[in-house]
Design a protein around this ligand. Structure first.
Ligand code: 3PG
Length: 306
């Protein structure tokens, strides 16, 4: 049995060693394709793989066609919008994610970005503090919950909206539940996005919504670039010269954002939210265990395709 780890953005070495231990303890072989630059390399590497561990690497119909022996693909992470789920099902491939395993890392980065933003990107001018400010969390999943926990330490007042999570569950975590996305943006000084990229959420963070932010509002995105309506956000930031946008997912229009709003916009060059040794170990080893569990017992926990 061959397990391929294919990561354009590699795991920390210590996480790869952890994955290797799990895979070899089960009597399987581990193959590595790290930092690949061409899709052709992935197509070649998947040919004889029975299982595949990926991060944001795209697994589409072409990859699945090439992966003749593939039975399972595990996205070591939360968002699985990079896997063509219908194609996986059509190829009889089980697709899974590892929810929660990297969420603290992403939540910590939210505050790294926020401190950087409120201190004017360390340009020497007096900024503001986070204490006492209202933080809105859009979607109260694993990352959102960790953001709420850390925000409490900063002394922020925390609000959340989640279309799929009952208000009582949000309130039980000590967070004010609001009734709508609009209400969240109207209420808060800072809004942090934790929604997945789905047909419903794509482009949903638009001018009308972000325009509801209070004066000096900050939008933080550690979710997906696809949820942002970039042209409308560009328009809004031109009109509302008080709004800042900080993101861990470089927008398609990065050059335009950077040129027009040098003092109000920042993007990490490469998505760094889950890029910690701990998150890599947690998500990578969980992925390896899920693969071994699937082959040994048929366990389909965390399966995301039908
Ligand atoms: C996730 O969905 O788990 C995060 O966006 C992390 O993605 P990455 O593994 O590409 O860093």
């Amino acid at each position: 049995m061959k397990v391929l780890v294919a990561t354009e953005k590699p795991f920390a070495a210590v996480a790869v060693e952890g994955i290797r231990k799990e895979v070899e303890a089960a009597g399987y072989e581990l193959a590595l394709l790290e930092k690949y630059t061409e899709k052709a390399q992935l197509l070649e590497a998947v040919k004889d793989a029975n299982a595949l561990i990926i991060r944001s690497d795209k697994v589409d119909n072409e990859v699945l066609d090439a992966a003749k022996e593939l039975k399972i693909v595990v996205r070591a992470g939360a968002g699985y919008d990079n896997i063509d789920l219908e194609a996986a099902t059509a190829h009889n491939v089980v697709a899974m994610n590892t929810p929660g395993q990297n969420s603290n890392a992403v939540a910590e980065l939210v505050f790294g970005l926020l401190v950087f933003a409120v201190r004017n990107f360390f340009n020497g001018k007096a900024g503001t503090e986070l204490m006492g400010k209202k933080l809105g969390i859009l979607a109260f999943g694993n990352v959102g919950r960790n953001v709420a926990r850390v925000a409490a330490g900063f002394g922020m007042e925390v609000f959340a909206y989640d279309a799929f999570c009952p208000k009582e569950a949000i309130e039980a975590a000590g967070v004010h539940a609001v009734d709508s996305q609009d209400a969240l943006f109207e209420t808060c000084d800072v809004v942090s996005l934790h929604i997945p990229a789905t047909p419903e959420t794509k482009q949903s963070i638009n001018k009308a919504l972000v325009g509801k932010l209070k004066k000096g509002g900050i939008l933080v995105n550690t979710a997906r670039k696809e949820v942002i309506n970039e042209s409308e956000l560009l328009d809004l930031m031109a009109e509302r010269t008080d709004i800042k946008y900080v993101t861990d997912i470089m927008p398609d229009a990065h050059a335009e954002f950077a040129e027009k709003f040098a003092d109000r916009y920042f993007s990490t060059p490469k998505k760094m939210g889950a890029q910690t040794a701990e998150a890599n170990i947690n998500a990578g080893i969980a992925a390896a265990k899920q693969i071994v569990g699937y082959f040994q017992t048929g366990c389909e926990k965390f399966r995301v395709n039908k």
